[in-house]
Design a protein around this ligand. Structure first.
Ligand SMILES: C[S@@+](CC[C@H](N)C(=O)[O-])C[C@H]1O[C@@H](n2cnc3c(N)ncnc32)[C@H](O)[C@@H]1O
Length: 341
């Protein structure tokens, strides 16, 4: 069985994606989707899945100690066999791994490994601040508490995707933390930051960035703060402190009509528009070779997301982009495509 984490309310969106790939899925709890059939189809990377627990087993225990013992019994052999490993213990949707029962289970489980499997314990790598390269070499053990006395447990080596890993040992529950930035003109900066973290790339000093639909300036701000030069195109004005920043050029106009004079390092785009229009825009930018990297948000109305998502994937493939499309932590009824053109 594979378990997948989704944002609460998007379980059906994920089930629909899995269904299109021939996988029947159930949603037994908010934000949790399970697929009984294995193996996982190679390369399948559902947009609405935050994290995957491959080949997981269900276990029960009426105390932290019993849950940890049951998890140890399941995980000891696969962890003995792997090179290095890390552990994510979390509940969902309340996923903060640093507090509550999951952290107690993790502590008790690590304690058992230390006492009974010294060699295996020495190969444990704490999950905080892993680079992509470090993460790619780890086996990921996951303990998802679905109830006080019930957990799903998985141990798997991540599969490399075009961008990132599946499952990804860097972020428990697939929750990519973004540092608060009180100066940002809007909270939308969190989406751009997550996309940069997932991509492992972000605007650098001196790089040229075009931000379409940039007002009030959250995304623009992420690039300005890094020392990049930003041309923001919007019908509305940006807000301080992006507005007035020496590295910012503001242009009032239609994002869909804008064409850069020369190729830029980054296309950022968060325009509110029908998905077909945004897809068309991505297609033109990639076909024209107008950007080296991109982060583009695609917004939906209602539940009819499938045709646009299929078309988006097809166009990224057709244009040869090394890209990924994800329902980010702060995405509402929208998804974000990010990649290298
Ligand atoms: C969700 S907001 C962008 C938020 C921004 N990324 C931020 O971080 O603050 C969408 C923006 O798209 C702009 N917009 C919508 N249609 C547009 C168009 N055709 N041309 C230019 N801007 C447009 C709106 O004026 C609005 O400022």
């Amino acid at each position: 069985m594979d378990a997948l984490i989704a944002a609460v309310g998007f379980e059906d969106a994920l089930r629909e994606e899995l269904g299109a790939a021939g996988l029947e899925a159930a949603a037994p709890a908010p934000g949790l989707v399970v697929v009984e059939r294995e193996p996982w189809p190679a390369g399948l990377d559902p947009v609405f899945a935050r994290q995957r627990l491959p080949g997981c087993a269900r276990l029960a225990g009426d105390s932290v100690a019993r849950l940890a013992r049951a998890a140890f019994d399941l995980l000891a052999t696969p962890l003995d066999r792997c090179d290095h490993w890390t552990l994510h213990a979390f509940a969902w949707p309340d996923h903060d791994p640093s507090r509550g029962r999951p952290s107690l289970v993790a502590e008790a489980l690590l304690d058992l490994v230390q006492r009974h499997r010294r060699r295996t314990h020495r190969r444990f790598v704490p999950p905080a601040d892993l680079t992509l390269e470090q993460a790619a070499g780890l086996t990921l053990a996951q303990v998802l508490l679905v109830d006080r006395g019930e957990a799903l447990v998985s141990a798997a080596a991540p599969l490399p995707l075009m961008v990132g890993l599946d499952p990804d040992p860097r972020w428990p529950a697939g929750f990519v933390p973004v540092a608060p930035d009180r100066r940002a003109p809007s909270s939308a900066y969190r989406k751009a930051e997550e996309a940069f973290a997932r991509l492992g790339l972000a605007p650098r000093p001196g790089e040229r960035v075009v931000d379409l639909g940039g007002s009030p300036g959250g995304w623009t701000w992420t690039a300005l703060e890094r020392g990049a030069r930003v041309l923001a195109v919007d019908r509305a004005a940006l807000a301080p402190p992006a507005r007035g920043h020496p590295l910012l050029e503001e242009r009032r106009g239609d994002a869909f009509k804008f064409e850069p004079d020369a190729a830029v390092d980054w296309l950022l785009c968060d325009v509110i528009a029908a998905p077909e229009r945004t897809l068309d825009l991505i297609d033109r930018w990639l076909a024209g070779g107008w950007c080296r990297r991109f982060v583009v948000n695609v917004k939906f109305k209602g539940d009819a997301r499938r045709p646009a998502l299929d078309a988006l994937r097809a166009l990224l493939l057709r244009r040869g982009a090394r890209a990924r499309v994800k329902h980010l932590v702060h995405d509402k009824n929208e998804v974000t495509a990010f990649g290298v053109a």
